[in-house]
Design a protein around this ligand. Structure first.
Ligand code: GLA
Length: 344
């Protein structure tokens, strides 16, 4: 395996680098030091032809201009929404910055981890390469308590599995919920709608949401609804919802799988997180252009954002995202790429 590095423009006067991790079958993953953005994922289809299955932009300027999609980026401190203007820890209310319509906190606030330059350390290896990214988030940033040291390790292996490990330590009790906001299209980011692509999710329940996209009450059963992905079938309709994953929380397990009948590509999802947000590019309007000028159209990609459920800091019945001072946060998600030999 090998790692190559090249310049990828500037962000707020700081140089941005692109690291490409290439495996022995020629598949590769390109990651930017700004936002830890997954800029390109080249994996073979059923005929061995490499295709780029993740949305992204050609230049740093395009990423900066595209404020609202979080394309490919690491998200923190809190992926998804927090309502009520903040949360309480140990009886103290912490107001946080509401960057969505002035009423909700989304994806870490006004300046989230997606807009930070991360320090990068490439580690070439036998059978797998790693890119270790680190970041310091000071006490009070976006309203969150605690000085936070963050480490995200991207690992890409010879089997074309991309694993993301999130680690952090805070010096005060805080909340933390990191994820990645990759937009996948297994037929290529320029490959049209994903509505025909098939999905399996090991989830018996999902969060119904209000007009602010905040969960209403406790999760509800998927039975008899379009949210039932327990048998693999085409995505078919738009989603922007959180699914509660089955299985032991904190236990790394298979949580889902996607399949594109056109290309034969598969993506298998493993995670130790309790939930996943399925987002199908509902807010993409075709005005913004991805790599090569391809319009960023509605429903042309899907995101599988592994995470704690939305608004968990204000939902005592959900698995807690509280990170105690001095404790180590460690979670892991894998996107394993493969192919099925022929359409079933
Ligand atoms: C998440 C949210 C969506 C949207 C996208 C980014 O997936 O759930 O509502 O904000 O991020 O555009």
């Amino acid at each position: 395996m090998s790692i190559a590095k090249r310049a990828f423009g500037c962000y707020e006067g700081q140089a941005v680098e692109a690291y490409t991790l290439t495996n022995s079958v020629g598949a590769s993953v390109t990651i930017l030091t700004c936002g830890g953005i997954l800029n390109r994922i080249l994996v073979p289809d059923r005929n061995g032809v490499l295709g780029d299955v993740v949305c992204g932009f050609d230049t740093m300027e395009d990423y900066i201009a595209d404020a609202g999609s979080y394309t490919g980026a690491l998200i923190g401190r809190y992926g998804n929404r927090i309502g009520g203007g903040g949360f309480s820890i140990n009886g103290v209310f912490y107001p946080i910055r509401n960057n969505e319509g002035g009423v909700c906190h989304l994806h870490g606030g006004v300046v989230g981890f997606n807009r930070k330059i991360w320090a990068a350390e490439p580690q070439e290896g036998e059978g797998e390469d790693r890119l270790v990214l680190t970041l310091f988030s000071p006490d009070g940033e976006e309203g969150y308590p605690g000085n936070l040291n963050v480490k995200v390790t991207y690992t890409f292996d010879d089997a074309s599995a991309l694993t993301i490990q999130y680690e952090a330590v805070s010096d005060r009790d805080t909340v933390l919920n990191m994820t990645n906001h990759a937009y996948f299209n297994l037929n290529g980011y320029d490959g049209g709608s994903v509505m025909e692509q098939e999905l399996y999710l090991d989830a018996d329940r999902y969060d119904a949401v209000d007009e602010l996209l905040l969960p209403i009450g406790d999760p509800v059963p998927v039975d008899g609804t379009p949210f039932d992905f327990r048998t693999m079938h085409p995505i078919a309709v738009p989603f922007d919802h959180s699914f509660v994953l089955n299985g032991e929380i904190g236990c790394y397990r298979k949580a889902g799988e996607a399949y594109d009948p056109a290309s034969g590509r598969t993506l298998t999802l493993y995670t130790d997180m309790p939930a996943v947000q399925l987002y199908t590019g509902v807010f993409m309007d075709g005005a913004t252009k991805f790599k090569g000028g391809v319009p960023q159209r509605r429903l042309h990609a899907f995101c599988l954002e592994t995470q704690y459920s939305p608004n968990t800091p204000n939902r005592p019945t959900m698995p807690s995202c509280l990170l105690r001072a001095g404790e180590r946060y460690h979670t892991k998600t894998t996107f394993a790429f493969g192919v099925r030999a022929s359409a079933l």
